[in-house]
Design a protein around this ligand. Structure first.
Ligand SMILES: NC(=O)C1=CN([C@@H]2O[C@H](COP(=O)(O)OP(=O)(O)OC[C@H]3O[C@@H](n4cnc5c(N)ncnc54)[C@H](O)[C@@H]3O)[C@@H](O)[C@H]2O)C=CC1
Ligand SMILES: O=C(CO)COP(=O)(O)O
Length: 307
C-alpha cells in the first residue's frame, strides 16, 4: 500500500499501540501529546489521516484546536476513544463529525487490550463509517498479520459497543473480586449485553452490531482480563478500596466511571431500564457496597428473559 501520512492525537497506551501498528506497515506517523514539544499544527501538516486516541474528557477541546489548523479537504478522521460526553451525551465520533462536517469520520473499536497488541499477540478490530471507502482505507492502513481489521457500516453501534462494555467490565471486576463464580459471571455478561442492546437501540445503533467484535467481542475481552482498567476498578473496589484510591493508582484511563454517570442521567431522563448500570453507578457513588449491589440485582422482581 502507498505510504500514508498519519497524525495520531493522544500518546497514551492506545495511541502509541496504534502508532506502532501503522508504522510497522510503512506509514509515516506523527504522534501528538499535549505534553510534547511539537505543536498540533506541525503534527497535522499534510496528514491524510487524523486519528484521535484522546481520553473522552479531552476530545471536544482537541477537536476545537484541530479546527484552527490548516487541513486538506481529503483528510479522514478516525476516532478510537470509548466514552460519552457528560453535558451532551455525544459520542466522540459525533463530536468529530460536528466539528468537521465535510470530512469522513471512521470509528475504530474492538477487543483491543493495548498491552497485548504491543506484544504482537493476535487481535481483531472493526473500522466503521457511513463512508465505506474511508473505512476501507483505514482497514488497509492498520491490517497486519497479527491485527485483523473488519469494516462495518454502523459506526454508532461499533462506538457504543466499546463504550457501554466499560460499565459491564467494572461490574465483572466486582463479580470476580467477590469470587461469585463462573455461573454468575456468565449471567452478568449476558444480561449486560442485553442492557447494552437496549441502550444502544435507544441511541440509534443496530442490534446486530452488538453481537460482533466491537460489542460481544470487547465485552468478553474486558470482562475477563485483569489488563482492563475498568475491570480493575470493580475488582479493587470489591476488595474494599475506595474509588478515589483505585483511580489514583490506575495506569491510564477507566472511561467506564464517567460513562456510567452519563448513562444514569440518560436512564432517568428517558426512563430506560438499566439495572446493572444503576448498581455500578450506586457503587461508584458510594451509595452501596459491592455485596449490596449484588443483592439488589438478584432480588429484583422475577420476569421473562426477553423483556
Ligand atoms: N488502552 C487500551 O487498551 C485501549 C483504550 N481505548 C480507549 O482509548 C482512549 C485512550 O485510552 P488510553 O490510551 O489507554 O489512555 P491513556 O490514559 O493512556 O492516554 C490518554 C491520552 O489522552 C490524553 N488526554 C487526556 N486528556 C486530554 C486533554 N484534555 N487534552 C489533550 N489530551 C488529553 C493524555 O495526555 C494521553 O495522551 C480511551 O477512551 C480508551 O477507552 C480503546 C481501546 C483500547
Ligand atoms: O477497551 C479496551 C479494550 O478493548 C481497554 O479496556 P480498559 O479501558 O478497561 O483498559
Amino acid at each position: 500500500m502507498q505510504e500514508t501520512t498519519i497524525a495520531i492525537l493522544g500518546a497514551g497506551a492506545w495511541g502509541t499501540a496504534l502508532a506502532n501498528l501503522a508504522e510497522a506497515n510503512g506509514h509515516k506517523v506523527r504522534l501528538w501529546s499535549r505534553h510534547g514539544t511539537e505543536t498540533l499544527e506541525a503534527v497535522l501538516q499534510n496528514a491524510q489521516i487524523v486519528l484521535s486516541a484522546i481520553s473522552m474528557k479531552g476530545v471536544r477541546d482537541v477537536a476545537l484546536q484541530v479546527k484552527s489548523c490548516p487541513l486538506s479537504p481529503e483528510t479522514i478522521f478516525v476516532t478510537a476513544t470509548k466514552g460519552l460526553e457528560p453535558q451532551t451525551t455525544a459520542t466522540p465520533s459525533q463530536i468529530w463529525q460536528a466539528a468537521f462536517p465535510d470530512h469522513p469520520v471512521v470509528v475504530l473499536s474492538g477487543p483491543n487490550l493495548s498491552a497485548e497488541i504491543q506484544q504482537s499477540l493476535p487481535a481483531a478490530t472493526v473500522v466503521a463509517s457511513n463512508i465505506t471507502t474511508a473505512a476501507e482505507k483505514v482497514q488497509l492502513i492498520f491490517s497486519a498479520p497479527r491485527f485483523r481489521v473488519y469494516t462495518n457500516p454502523d459506526p454508532l453501534g461499533v462506538e457504543l459497543g466499546g463504550t457501554l462494555k466499560n460499565v459491564m467490565a467494572i461490574a465483572s471486576g466486582v463479580c470476580d473480586g467477590l469470587k461469585l463464580g463462573t455461573n454468575a459471571k456468565a449471567a452478568l455478561v449476558t444480561r449486560g449485553l442485553t442492557e447494552m442492546v437496549r441502550i444502544g437501540n435507544f441511541l440509534g445503533a443496530k442490534t446486530e452490531t452488538f453481537y460482533g467484535l466491537s460489542g460481544l467481542g470487547d465485552l468478553l475481552a474486558t470482562c475477563n482480563s485483569p489488563l482492563s482498567r475498568n475491570y480493575q476498578v470493580g475488582y479493587q473496589m470489591a476488595g474494599g478500596q475506595t474509588l478515589t484510591n483505585v483511580l489514583a493508582n490506575l495506569p491510564g484511563t477507566a472511561e467506564g466511571v464517567n460513562t456510567c454517570q452519563v448513562l444514569m442521567q440518560l436512564a432517568k431522563q428517558q426512563n430506560i431500564y438499566m439495572p446493572i448500570t444503576e448498581q455500578v453507578y450506586r457503587l461508584l457513588q458510594g451509595e452501596v457496597t459491592p455485596q449490596q449491589a449484588l443483592d439488589e440485582l438478584m432480588l429484583r422482581d422475577i420476569k421473562p428473559e426477553y423483556h
